[in-house]
Design a protein around this ligand. Structure first.
Ligand SMILES: Cc1cc2nc3c(=O)[nH]c(=O)nc-3n(C[C@H](O)[C@H](O)[C@H](O)COP(=O)(O)OP(=O)(O)OC[C@H]3O[C@@H](n4cnc5c(N)ncnc54)[C@H](O)[C@@H]3O)c2cc1C
Length: 477
C-alpha cells in the first residue's frame, strides 16, 4: 500500500461513494477491515497467494479487539459436520504452528497449544448435544472415548470435581439453586484428548501478522497493517467496491474489501449497503455481551498439570485451566441466563464492568468444584467482551451481493480455533470469485489439506443465504 495526496470521497444521490481529488490515497488489491484473528489470518493467506493486502484496524495493535479476550479453547465438539471438520483442520494449524507461521521464532515468541484434553459429563442435559457431535467426530477419525462413572470419579475426582450430581442450570438467586436433580447421576463422560487452548490469543495474532509481513514480492511487503485507522466509508463505483475511506480523511483504493470487523460487522455492513435492498443476506449478525471469570484453582490441585477443559451443561458453564494454576469460567447461554445484546453505538452501550453474570458463573462452577475458593474484593478477576452472533451460531464466510465485498463475520464466540483454515478458506473464496467463480451457485469446496487430504468442507454451510443450520443454538455451535 502506498499513500499519495489528492483524493476525497463524496456521497452520490444513489448512496454510493465516489472518489474526488483531495485526499491521501493508497492502493492495494484487498482491504481487510479488522486485524483480529480472522482478518489477520486471511491477510496471511492472501499475501501468500500474491495479493497486496492492507489491513485496517481502529485499535492500536493486532488482535486487540474481541480476540484478545478469547478463552482460546480448541475443541471439536460441534453439532454440524462441517464445523467439526473445520475445527479439526484448525487444530492441526495450532499443533503445527511453527510450520504455519513459517518460522521458529517471532517477536514475543510463538504461541503453543496446551492440550489437557476435553471432558463432557454425560447427563440428561448434555446427552442430546453429545449424541449429535460424538458420531460426527468419529466419522472423521477424531479420537473420542466414553468414560464410565467409575472412570470419571478416578480421573476427575482427583482434580477437585464432584461428579456425583446432576443439576438444572439456575440463577443463583433461584430458590432451587444448588439442589441436585434427585435420583440421577452422570452416566459417565466423553473424553476427547485432542482438546486444548491457546493461553495468549493476542500473541497468536501477532505471530500471524509477523508471518504476513514476511511475505514479499520484488522486495515489497504483500501485507501492510495500519492501526488507529477507522474505516468510515466503503466506496463503490458502478455497483462494485472501489475503496475505503478512513476517519482521518485518507482513502485506500482497492477492488476487494473484506469485512472482518468482529462484533462491529453489522455496522460495517451498514456502510457497504447504504441501500439495504441491495443486501441479500438472509439473516444478520448481532453483538452479544459476555463475561468470563478467572479464579484460583481449588486448593491442593495443580490445574496446570492435571486440569481438563470441560463443557458442563448442568451448571451452564465451560471451564478450562489457565496458566498460573487458575480456572477460567465462561457461560453457555443456559436458558436461565438473560441475553445481553448490545445494540446501537457499541462503544457507548457496552457495560465494561463485571456484574452478577460473573457471580453466577463462579458460584455455578463451585457446584462442580466444591473447594473452589470464591474470590472477593480485589481477587475478583474477569473480562467483559462481545461475541458477534448469527441466529444459528455458525459463522458467515462468504461473498456478498455487492461485487468485491466479502464477509468473515458472525463468529458467534466459537471461531478462534478455526482461524488458520478460515484465513485460507476466505482467501480461496476471494481468489476464485475474483476469477469468475459463482460461489452462490456452486459453493467452493474447501479441502482439509492438513487433516484429511481429499476430504472437503461444504462452505455453503457458512453462506449468508443458507437455511439456518441445526445447531445447539449456543456458543457450542
Ligand atoms: C469472551 C470470549 C471467549 C471466547 N472463547 C473462545 C474459545 O474458547 N474458542 C474459540 O474458538 N473461540 C472463542 N471465542 C470466539 C473468538 O475469539 C472470536 O470468534 C474471534 O476472536 C473473532 O475474531 P475476529 O477477528 O472476527 O474479531 P475481532 O478480534 O473482534 O477483530 C475485529 C477487529 O475489527 C476492528 N474494527 C471493527 N470495525 C472497524 C472499522 N470500522 N474500522 C477499522 N477497524 C474496525 C476492531 O477494532 C477489531 O480489532 C471467544 C470470544 C469471546 C469474546
Amino acid at each position: 500500500c502506498f499513500l499519495t495526496e489528492g483524493f476525497h470521497s463524496k456521497r452520490t444521490v444513489s448512496g454510493a461513494y465516489i472518489v474526488k481529488q483531495d485526499m491521501k490515497k493508497g492502493t492495494c488489491d484487498v482491504a481487510i477491515v479488522g486485524a483480529g484473528v480472522i482478518g489477520t489470518s486471511t491477510a496471511l493467506s492472501l499475501a501468500r497467494l500474491g495479493y497486496s493486502v492492507t489491513i485496517l484496524d481502529k485499535n492500536k495493535g493486532p488482535g486487540a479487539g474481541s480476540t484478545s479476550y478469547s478463552s482460546g479453547i480448541v475443541r471439536s465438539f460441534y453439532s454440524i459436520l462441517d464445523s467439526v471438520k473445520l475445527s479439526w483442520e484448525g487444530y492441526q494449524y495450532w499443533k503445527n504452528w511453527e510450520e504455519f507461521i513459517g518460522s521458529k521464532e517471532a517477536p514475543g515468541g510463538l504461541v503453543k497449544l496446551r492440550e489437557p484434553g476435553g471432558v463432557i459429563l454425560r447427563t440428561i442435559n448434555s446427552s442430546r448435544f453429545l449424541d449429535k457431535c460424538v458420531p460426527l467426530m468419529r466419522s472423521i477419525g477424531i479420537p473420542v472415548y466414553e468414560w464410565d462413572y467409575q472412570t470419571c470419579i478416578a480421573n476427575l475426582g482427583k482434580v477437585g470435581w464432584d461428579v456425583s450430581k446432576c443439576y438444572k442450570p439456575l440463577r443463583i438467586d433461584h430458590s432451587d439453586f444448588g439442589l441436585p436433580i434427585s435420583g440421577v447421576q452422570p452416566e459417565g463422560a466423553v473424553f476427547a484428548p485432542n482438546t486444548g487452548y491457546i493461553s495468549d490469543p493476542m500473541l497468536a495474532v501477532q505471530n500471524m501478522k509477523y508471518a504476513a509481513e514476511s511475505v514479499r514480492t520484488n522486495g515489497n511487503k504483500n501485507a501492510n497493517f495500519l492501526f488507529g485507522r477507522q474505516v468510515v466509508e466503503i466506496n463503490q463505483k458502478n455497483g462494485k467496491v472501489c475503496g475505503v475511506a478512513l476517519a482521518d480523511g485518507d482513502y485506500i483504493s482497492c477492488n476487494v474489501v473484506l469485512n472482518a470487523a468482529g462484533p462491529y460487522s453489522a455496522q460495517l455492513n451498514n456502510l457497504a449497503f447504504l441501500d439495504s435492498n441491495i443486501n441479500d443476506m438472509k439473516f444478520e449478525t448481532r453483538p452479544l455481551r459476555q463475561e468470563v471469570a478467572y479464579c484460583n484453582g481449588p486448593e491442593g490441585i495443580d490445574m496446570d498439570k492435571d486440569g481438563f477443559i470441560s463443557i458442563d451443561l448442568d451448571t451452564g458453564c465451560y471451564f478450562r485451566p489457565e496458566v498460573g494454576n487458575k480456572l477460567l469460567i465462561g457461560g453457555l447461554e443456559a436458558e436461565c441466563d438473560p441475553e445481553e445484546w448490545v445494540d446501537g453505538d457499541i462503544d457507548s452501550n457496552l457495560n465494561e464492568s463485571l456484574t452478577e453474570t460473573w457471580t453466577n458463573l463462579v458460584y455455578r462452577a463451585a457446584l462442580r468444584f466444591p473447594n473452589l475458593p470464591i474470590p472477593t474484593g480485589k481477587g475478583t478477576q474477569g473480562i467483559v467482551s462481545l461475541y458477534d452472533v448469527t441466529p444459528d451460531w455458525a459463522p458467515i464466510y462468504d461473498k456478498s451481493s455487492l461485487e468485491g465485498y466479502y464477509m468473515a463475520i458472525g463468529t458467534s464466540g466459537n471461531q478462534f480455533k478455526m482461524a488458520g483454515p478460515v484465513g485460507d478458506l476466505m482467501a480461496t473464496i476471494i481468489d476464485k470469485c475474483e476469477n469468475g467463480h459463482d460461489h452462490d451457485k456452486d459453493p467452493v469446496k474447501y479441502e482439509m489439506k492438513m487433516s484429511r487430504p481429499g476430504d472437503y468442507i461444504d462452505t455453503g454451510k457458512f453462506s449468508r443465504l443458507r437455511d439456518l443450520n441445526n445447531t445447539s443454538q449456543s456458543v457450542m455451535g
